[in-house]
Structure formats: structure tokens, C-alpha cells
Design a protein around this ligand. Structure first.
Ligand code: SAT
Ligand code: MN
Length: 599
């Protein structure tokens, strides 16, 4: 293939700085992939799995200090901290050049420098974009081949070398002290050093398709979002596509490929992590999934919880930081029952027995697999125009407060709901797990510019939509006073989606709550779940008193954006407070929004 001169010059510059002397220009071919795997088996970067049970599939163990995204080491470089906003780590371009670029000096002297072209989005789509990642990690190359349309196909789409997103990645010495992921939106460049893991190292994913793309989307009038895309066909034959934003490790992959427990529903998986959304000439919002693969959380994934994920993991899978059985098959918590005397090898290569205090698989262990292997993947994933979105669903992991589902009153109110989203932290990023934090639109770690401005951009997009999607909020993770989940989740989430689709058609019943529309008692099909009436009431309860405090925390968060915060969100906040105040007064007389089942 012909590589543009500009790209060759860039590769020469990176090679001169990193000291690389061996080069591999990736084509994406089968043969290339097989040869890379051979080399990684030989140097133990990969461990072969049982070839009958998992053909062409491998286990990779990352460095134990390198198992999740490191948000505190992730920076956006721009003119000023005001430009990147209070939720991003800012670094000046000069500082990055003085402190980060030198870390790459000589880093690839004894390594092969891989040049990996990749296409984000379907072939021949007007919305697709090309990136090129330089890396010294063959594991990253193998992942990019599954996660993107990698190799010659990307070069064929490379018409304008100036528009390409360029990433330089080196494992460096894998030291957390010298680990940085640095973005330059103005020049569409990314530098990542010191990590070989997931979103830190596969630059196509969070770095390109979200952080850089969100800035391009702002400038060009579209949205780059941390959203799954799923197609639902109802028993009546109506098809709707839904885009849903949940933070990392909060069930996007599960919802994208759910197996409905209500009869007659069909599901098509279009994407499980990222959506690029454009305003169509028909006034609707159209979505493509820029990715071609899944980098899914393994723990908790089983034939019961997510049969389509398990059905995808049949061949050509890279497992990262899962445990290994004596039969050389992968294992993770929740995957399958173990015999009491079964001995495994844990994610760090140590002998592990059932009942051990530590988990066998890392809580953020992952599988990488091509989306086309998913039994519920369909043709829409390759549609150049994408799919029209009927509903946007925001969601968080919230043990308290947030009801199972509610519907925003308008696009503007929906933007407020997304902007004030709170979710408990997970193992997908380093740091404490289970701590509630504001995570607007599930984009907190991924928006490449000031999120105050980003909210304004969402409002502007809404103004251009003559047929906007309805906006909803869901919470599968509410717990009762006994600490147990109130909602079964997984395939039963179709019951909530059924209500959402019913709302799109104006047939599902709802009542007004201070938060928005919530289902009436009979409106969500609960048949066969065995939930108590009290449990159902608790699932939908909106405790206005606690929400007054929640709204105040939300406002403190939003006020942090200062002048960048759109006035419309201030107005939405005031209206929420008014509705909550009215409800608390009413509740003193007759507790209609509160539940009597709070322990
Ligand atoms: O590590 S990744 O960013 O790829 C996964 C995630 O955190 O969503
Ligand atoms: Mn994600």
C-alpha cells in the first residue's frame, strides 16, 4: 500500500527519537496476525488457550500495576486550563514537550516499531475517520486488529493526511511514575507512555474516538459519546435504536446484547461502548459505532447473565488478566461453578483455590473480540449512514436514591439529567471502587474540552433536531435496606426498554414525579419476576427530601463550570428544586413520592 509522505516523515521523526530500528507497517492480514501471535507466544506475551475449546485465542497478563485506566495521569493539552475545564487535567503544550516527549527518548531501541492504520466507523461512511497509531507493543497491535478496521482498509480511506489522528504509544518501562496519556486536540495527536492496558494503550478507543473526537464533534456539529447502540424490535414489529451512556463497567456490553425475557422481542447489537451521532437531513439523530470489536469486562459474564457475550467468545479472542484452568480454558468470577478441589492459575500466574480471599481474575479483566462474532450483531453495524436513534438512555450505578427508570420532560431537561448523572466508581479506572461521583453523560474521563461548553453543545444539537430522541435515565443497581439488588437486571431489562418503547409510541402509562415521568404501578411488566409489592414500590420511589440534597450536590458540581455553564441548565435546576419543594410539602400531608420501606 502507498503511505502518504507526511506519514512517512512522522514515522521517521518518531523512530529517530525513540531509537527504533525495526519497523512493521501493518496490513491487517491473517498472515500478519498469525505471525505476531507466534512471536508473542514465543516471548510469553501471550499464553495459548486450549485450541479445541478456544481456537486462536490467548491469555495476556498485564503488569500488576497496569490493569486499568489511570485518569490522574491523563491530560488534555491546550492553550489554557479554562479551555479544558475543571474536570480535565490540563497541561500546556510546552510542558508536554519538555516533560513527556523526553520519556520516549530511546524507548524503542530494542523493540519493533509498529505502524498501525485503523478506520473508525464503517467502510465508505461519510462519518468514518482514519487514525494511525505507532506502538512498540504487539499485544496492542493484536487488540487493534480486533477493535478497529485495521490495516489496508484504513489506508484506502486515508484521503487527507492532515485529517488523520496520529498516536504515539510506547510501553516505556511500564512504571506508574513515568506513565502519561496526553492529548493534543488542536493537532489531533496523542502520546501515551508507560502503560500497555486497555484505554491507556489502545489509542483508537478512548483517546481518539472520545477525547479527540469530542473536540472534532464540537467544531463540526456532531456528538462523540460513551454509548452503546442497540436495536430493539417489539412483538408488534416496530424497530427502534437506542443509545445508552453508562460509565465504564456499568453494563453497557450487557445491555447492548441482552437476551430479552419478554416474549417476541428481538435485539440487534450495533455497538457496546462508543457512538458517533450526527443530525440527519430528516431531523433525526443518526448513530454509527466507530469500533469493530468489544473490550468487555469478563467478571460477572456468564451464559446466564450475557449469553451473547459468551457466544462471541468462541475463537480469536484475547483474554486479559483472567484466570487459567488446568485445562487451559479461561475462568473468572461468575463464569462457571468450580469443583471444590479445582486449582487455577490466577491473573498474576499464581496457584489459586476456590475460597481464596483474593479473586482469581482481576476485577477489570477483559476479553477482546470482533463484534461480528456476537450472535446478536447484525448488518446495521456496517451501515455507512448508521441507525436512527429513537431514545437516549443515561444510567448510573446507584445503590440509593435513583429510581429504576424515568423520562426527561424535554431535550433540555434531558441534558440536565445527563449533566448531573452520578455513578459509583468501578475497577475500570484505578482508585477507590464504589464511591459516588458526578459523571456527566458517562463522559467525565473522556470529554476532550470544557464540559460546561460540552453541555451547551448538547443543547445546540437539540435545537437542530426536528425529531429528537426522547431522553431517559435508568438505574439497574438500586439496593433495598437489606443490601440486596432490587432489580434482577440483564435480560429482564427488556421490561424497562418495553416501557421506554411504549413511551415513544405514547401508549405506556406514566405519572409525573419531581424527576420526570415515572411508570405507573402497572406500566412495567413485572410478571414472573417474583418481586414483592414493597420491592417494586421501592424501585420507583422518589424520596423528595433526599433529592433536595442530591440536587444541591448537583448544583455545586455544575456551578464549578462557572461562566462556561449554559444558563438553560441553571433554569432546569431551579425548576427541579421547585418540583422537589412542592413534593416535600405534599409529602408532609400525603407521602406519594416517598416510600415507607426505607428500613
Ligand atoms: O480501558 S477502557 O477505557 O478501554 C475500558 C473502559 O474503561 O471503558
Ligand atoms: Mn467504555
Amino acid at each position: 500500500m502507498n503511505w502518504p509522505a507526511k506519514i512517512r516523515t512522522w514515522v521517521d521523526e518518531v523512530a529517530a527519537h525513540t531509537g527504533a530500528r525495526r519497523f512493521h507497517w501493518c496490513s491487517g492480514s491473517e498472515q500478519e496476525s498469525a505471525e505476531l501471535a507466534e512471536a508473542m507466544l514465543a516471548d510469553k506475551t501471550l499464553i495459548a488457550l486450549d485450541a479445541d475449546a478456544f481456537p486462536a485465542s490467548y491469555l495476556h497478563r498485564s503488569h500488576p500495576s497496569d490493569v486499568a485506566r489511570t485518569e490522574h495521569l491523563t491530560f488534555i493539552c491546550g492553550e489554557s486550563a479554562r479551555e479544558t475545564g475543571p474536570t480535565n487535567n490540563w497541561m500546556s503544550v510546552e510542558q508536554a514537550q519538555a516533560q513527556i516527549w523526553p520519556l520516549f527518548a530511546g524507548a524503542m531501541r530494542d523493540r519493533t516499531l509498529y505502524i498501525v492504520p485503523y478506520l473508525m466507523g464503517p467502510a465508505d461512511s461519510p462519518y468514518s475517520r482514519v487514525g494511525i497509531q505507532i506502538t512498540d507493543s504487539p499485544y496492542v497491535v493484536a487488540n487493534l486488529r480486533l477493535m478497529t478496521r485495521m490495516g489496508d482498509i484504513a489506508l484506502r480511506h486515508l484521503t487527507d493526511p492532515d485529517a488523520v489522528v496520529l498516536g504515539v504509544h510506547s510501553l516505556g518501562d511500564l512504571s506508574p511514575e513515568r506513565r502519561f496519556v496526553v492529548h493534543f486536540p488542536a493537532t489531533r495527536t496523542i502520546w501515551s507512555i508507560g502503560s500497555g492496558y486497555g484505554g491507556n494503550a489502545l489509542l483508537s478507543k478512548k483517546c481518539h474516538a472520545l477525547r479527540i473526537a469530542s473536540v472534532q464533534a464540537r467544531d463540526e456539529g456532531w456528538l462523540a459519546e460513551h454509548m452503546l447502540i442497540v436495536g430493539l424490535t417489539s412483538p408488534a414489529g416496530e424497530t427502534h435504536y437506542i443509545a445508552a451512556a453508562f460509565p465504564s463497567a456499568c453494563g453497557k456490553t450487557n445491555l447492548a446484547m441482552l437476551v430479552p425475557t419478554l416474549p417476541g422481542w428481538r435485539v440487534e447489537t450495533v455497538g457496546d461502548d462508543i457512538a458517533w451521532l450526527h443530525v440527519g437531513t430528516d431531523g433525526r439523530l443518526w448513530a454509527i459505532n466507530p469500533e469493530a470489536g468489544m473490550f468487555g469486562v469478563a467478571p460477572g459474564t456468564s451464559i446466564k447473565t450475557n449469553p451473547n457475550a459468551i457466544g462471541s467468545l468462541t475463537h480469536d479472542v484475547i483474554f486479559t488478566n483472567v484466570a487459567l484452568g488446568a485445562d487451559r480454558t479461561p475462568w473468572w468470577e461468575g463464569y462457571r461453578e468450580l469443583a471444590a478441589d479445582e486449582v487455577l492459575t490466577d491473573w498474576q500466574g499464581r496457584a489459586w483455590r476456590p475460597g481464596s480471599a483474593e479473586p482469581a481474575a482481576h476485577p477489570n479483566a477483559r476479553f477482546t473480540v470482533a463484534l461480528r462474532q456476537c450472535p446478536s450483531a447484525g448488518a446495521s453495524h456496517e451501515a455507512p449512514r448508521g441507525v436512527p436513534i429513537s431514545a437516549i438512555v443515561f444510567g448510573g450505578r446507584r445503590a440509593r436514591l435513583t429510581p429504576l427508570v424515568y423520562e426527561a420532560l424535554s431535550w433540555q431537561h434531558g441534558v440536565y439529567v445527563g449533566a448531573t448523572m452520578v455513578s459509583e466508581t468501578t475497577a475500570a479506572a484505578t482508585g477507590a471502587v464504589g464511591v459516588p461521583r458526578h459523571d456527566p453523560m458517562a463522559m467525565l474521563p473522556f470529554c476532550g474540552y470544557n464540559m460546561g461548553e460540552y453541555f451547551g453543545h448538547w443543547l445546540n444539537i437539540g435545537r437542530r433536531l426536528t425529531r429528537p430522541p426522547k431522553i431517559f435515565h435508568v438505574n439497574w443497581f438500586r439496593k433495598g435496606s437489606d443490601g440486596r439488588f432490587l432489580w434482577p437486571g440483564y435480560g429482564d431489562n427488556i421490561r424497562v426498554l418495553d416501557w421506554i418503547v411504549g413511551r415513544l409510541h405514547g401508549r405506556a402509562k406514566a405519572r409525573m414525579s419531581p424527576l420526570g415521568f415515572v411508570p405507573t404501578a402497572e406500566a412495567v411488566d413485572m410478571r414472573g419476576l417474583g418481586l414483592s409489592a414493597a420491592g417494586i414500590e421501592e424501585l420507583f420511589a422518589v424520596d423528595a427530601g433526599s433529592w433536595v440534597e442530591e440536587a444541591a450536590r448537583g448544583w455545586t458540581f455544575l456551578a464549578g463550570f462557572g461562566a462556561a455553564l449554559p444558563a438553560a441548565l441553571h433554569k432546569e435546576h431551579d425548576q427541579l428544586v421547585q418540583r422537589l419543594t412542592a413534593a416535600t410539602q405534599q409529602a408532609r400531608e400525603k407521602p406519594i413520592y416517598t416510600t415507607g420501606h426505607r428500613g
